[in-house]
Write a new protein. Structure first.
Length: 122
């Protein structure tokens, strides 16, 4: 039997950790992680889960859905109102790619550092 493993963090590479943390903070309401510094910024949830952002020199963002620079990882967020969430995310600096395979079920976006993420109805 495999060991019990609890996912405690996801960390994304990016050129500017504090800027990307600010984007996700405004989008999710998560609070800043106390150990954030110039090369790392994090956001925490009440149960201890952390989304981290680490500085990588010469970061090459993914270009979804083009696999020449694959997405590598993506995040999924559940929201009550897709249109309302989309408007907020676009205002915060997200990009909505033309290719939207989810129909009415989900929408794909890219954060300011190029990482793809999806919104689904909760």
């Amino acid at each position: 039997m495999p060991p019990h493993m609890k996912l405690t963090a996801i960390t994304l590479d990016c050129p500017d950790p504090e800027a990307l943390a600010a984007f996700y903070r405004q989008a999710t309401g998560l609070v800043p992680h106390p150990e954030s510094n110039g090369d790392f910024a994090g956001l925490t949830r009440g149960d201890g889960f952390v989304i981290g952002f680490q500085r990588v020199d010469n970061h090459q963002p993914p270009h979804w859905p083009d696999q020449a620079a694959p997405q590598q990882v993506h995040l999924d967020f559940a929201v009550h109102d897709l249109d309302e969430a989309e408007a907020l995310l676009l205002e915060l600096g997200a990009v909505k790619p033309e290719h939207q395979p989810g129909g009415d079920r989900w929408r794909v976006f890219a954060d300011p550092a190029g990482h793809p993420f999806c919104l689904t109805r909760s």
